[in-house]
Design a binder for this molecule. Structure first.
Ligand code: 2P0
Length: 332
């Protein structure tokens, strides 16, 4: 049996990916940039087993249905197609994404799956090339192959639309996640971005300006200029949500409590604390801050939110194989 177990951390985009130019190959309209997070990750075992008669997928110990398993099978086929490993596969995945964080885990999920399949199948691609495989599971997972600040270059084709680490973010960078509502969203990212691309009159402006935002944020990272980094993050996220509001029918993931969180952040800023919000395809708010100021920011948020709705995290690392000790806690 050929097997491997890999850990991948999730990431939050500071320059957002919102729209595909090729839905089959997951080629994005614009390049994006994210911060990988330490506290949120997925551990995944991939085991090619000649005794199996079908692919099996267990998530947090529960066997998944045919539809979920098919997504895994299609993804694993990318590796079976490129190697002489043709056996059926057993995939065991454990999400260490606290439910309270209210974050989707597709980024860490497909990054961990790609990492484990890469080793188990013997394909042994370098992380950058492997990110082009992760991409075909879920766009945002492209960036989770690496730690710190990561750029997903939109590329010109399927072979060069890949991620690269820009900086390890080891300069007092953190995030406070405000879990406003953890129930499943009604409109998936996939559907939401498609609707926005097809119907929002603002989309052409998004496309034009996202690349300029990326150039500026990379300069801010290279200068370790936290204020500019935060300002670009906040404006790019707001612009993505504005673009969605222009769609037909209009798309909004916000809830009243999202705005309450944003107001607390603005108030903190007026008091001289550098902190900035970003939001994804859901009502939860992520606050980019100095890690050393995260406790203070959490304290202010505790006025409106409970302790279990707030999570502080620093920058995470790229994918890596699990140690024997780490594997031994699971019943794989
Ligand atoms: C991002 N999001 O850059 C953006 C910002 C949400 C808002 O990538 O269709 O699960 O699997 O490629 O990656 C979430 O969408 O979508 C996402 P698919 P994905 O993080």
């Amino acid at each position: 049996m050929k097997q491997a177990a890999v850990r991948a951390h999730t990431n939050i985009a500071l320059i957002k990916y919102w729209g595909k130019r090729d839905e089959h190959l997951f080629l994005p309209v614009n390049s994006s940039l994210s911060l990988t997070l330490d506290k949120l990750f997925t551990d995944t075992l991939v085991c090619f087993d000649p005794s199996l008669t079908e692919d099996l997928f267990y998530l947090n110990g529960t066997k998944q249905n045919q539809m979920e398993t098919q997504k895994i099978s299609r993804f694993i086929n990318l590796f079976r197609d490129q190697t002489d490993v043709k056996d059926f596969v057993r995939v065991e995945s454990i999400n260490h994404v606290p439910t309270a964080a209210g974050l989707a885990s597709s980024a860490s999920a497909f990054a961990a799956l790609a990492g484990a399949a890469n080793i188990a199948s013997g394909l042994q691609l370098e992380p950058q090339a492997l990110s082009t495989y992760a991409r075909r599971g879920s766009g945002s997972s492209t960036r989770s192959l690496f730690g710190g600040f990561v750029e997903w270059n939109k590329g010109t084709n399927s072979d060069d639309s890949m991620a690269i680490q820009i900086d390890d973010a080891n300069w007092d960078i953190g995030m406070v996640i405000v879990a406003v509502n953890t129930s499943e969203k009604k409109v998936s990212s996939r559907e939401g971005m498609k609707r926005t691309v097809e119907t929002s009159p603002f989309y052409s402006v998004w496309e034009e300006t996202a690349e300029a935002d990326l150039v500026e944020i990379k300069q801010a990272i290279s200068n370790q200029d936290f204020q500019t980094l935060g300002e670009i993050t906040e404006r790019n996220g707001m612009k993505m949500h504005g673009t969605m509001l222009g769609a037909t029918p209009p798309l909004s993931y916000w809830e009243p409590a999202s705005i309450q969180a944003i107001q607390i952040v603005k108030h903190l800023r007026e008091q001289g604390v550098l902190c900035y919000v970003t939001m994804d395809a859901g009502p939860n708010v992520k606050v980019l801050c100095r890690l050393s100021e995260a406790d203070k920011i959490k304290e202010a948020l505790l006025e409106k939110f409970s302790d279990d709705q707030l999570l502080i995290t620093g920058p995470g690392k790229g994918i890596r194989e699990l140690t024997a000790d780490e594997k031994s806690v699971y019943s794989w």
